[in-house]
Design a protein around this ligand. Structure first.
Ligand code: AHM
Ligand code: MG
Length: 340
């Protein structure tokens, strides 16, 4: 359930109105969100014309995780980082596309930003939804001129804001500063993000499960049983649930936010720690989902309470409607108690 706005409000107006509710606010976080909004418009434009400008396809290099890099990944990375650098508010960026931390010109800047500049990049070539994810923290060592990686190793509960821009059938920006979730749809004819949903509340239970079922044989028994349970008929709970898997976490989680249900990327033989990154995929999307009334866990622990050890670390994730996440946890916990 969402609250539809009754009048036209742009992203910039909304950010300023929200800031005005806090008399002591410096406006820096507002500026940072506007910077991301501007970079997102530029990325959206390039994503939409990627085919004609030959940005599609692999640029030949591999990123730090050994995955092939598409040209648009690098373009998105550069746009976001230079937008953040220009406003001198952010001291450090950590991005999926960069091995180490990226120190920006403003070493005194008070924010640290994590980015997945283009999540789901394997979908670029096939015209399927992709997105940019961001997660914002306050720097810990404010007056130390040396910015170090450990400044960025904060649990997700310390995020001051997080969100994503989804380049789908329309471009939509969704973010939270911890006071609910708002969504803005890009109107390309005027080049503005317009408030489309305020105070998102996601369904408490949904009838869609989302997981890469090709990896079925390498899951634990509890998860295998849960997926079989999703497929069993039961009118009361709406089963069999529908299976939907886009392969862009940002798009799969956005659908989960709107329609309810669950998205899972578990640990498997291939990815014992899970595949998805804690800091720039799981934490920001968990912040959004929790703010909308949902739940996100690694199976044992709330995602946002995990203390990170490394900027690129991975985690298994079970994220979505409260009741669906409770269901799967019951299955994997019971299985853990059964000796195999
Ligand atoms: P990336 O495109 O930023 O590398 O993100 C990883 C993507 C996620 O968006 C998606 O959920 C997952 O990888 C899909 O993985 P798989 O193909 O193993 O199902
Ligand atoms: Mg990603």
């Amino acid at each position: 359930m969402t609250n539809k706005p009754t009048k036209l409000v742009t992203l910039d107006e909304y950010i300023i109105q929200s800031q005005n509710r806090f008399p002591g606010a410096t406006g820096e976080l507002s500026q940072l969100l506007r910077d991301i909004g501007l970079a997102a418009k530029i990325i959206s434009r390039e994503v939409n014309k990627a085919g004609i400008t030959s940005l599609l396809g692999v640029d030949g290099s591999r990123n730090i995780h050994g995955e092939s890099v598409k040209k648009l990944d690098l373009f998105a990375d550069q746009q976001l980082i230079s937008a953040l650098d220009r406003s001198l508010i952010t001291c450090m960026v950590i991005s999926e596309e960069n091995d180490g931390i990226v120190r920006l010109n403003s070493q005194g800047g008070k924010y640290i930003v994590y980015l997945d500049p283009l999540d789901g990049s394997s979908n670029i070539d096939v015209n399927v939804s992709i997105g940019s994810i961001f997660s914002i923290y306050m720097r810990q060592s404010r007056f130390d001129p040396n910015i170090v990686e450990s400044d960025a190793l904060q649990p997700g509960i310390r995020q001051v804001a997080a969100g994503y821009v989804l380049y789908g059938s329309s471009t939509i920006m969704v973010y939270t500063t911890g006071m609910g979730v708002s969504a803005f749809t890009l109107d390309p004819s005027i080049g503005e993000f317009i408030l489309s949903d305020d105070d998102f509340e996601m369904p408490d239970h949904g009838t869609i499960y989302s997981i890469n079922e090709g990896s079925y044989n390498s899951w634990g028994n509890g998860l295998k049983k849960y997926i079989k349970y999703c497929q069993l008929e039961d009118q009361e709970s709406g089963r069999p649930y529908s299976a939907r898997y886009i392969g862009s976490m940002v798009a799969d989680v956005h659908r989960t936010l709107v329609k309810g249900g669950i998205f899972i990327y578990p640990s498997s033989k291939r990815y014992p720690e899970g595949k998805l990154r804690l800091m720039y995929e799981c934490n920001p999307l968990s912040f959004i989902i929790e703010q909308a009334g949902g739940v996100a866990t690694n199976g044992n622990k709330r995602i946002m309470e995990i203390q990170p050890d490394a900027i690129h670390e991975r985690t298994p994730i079970y994220i979505g409607s409260r009741k669906n996440v409770e269901e799967v946890i019951r299955f994997i916990t019971e299985e853990a108690e059964v000796p195999v």
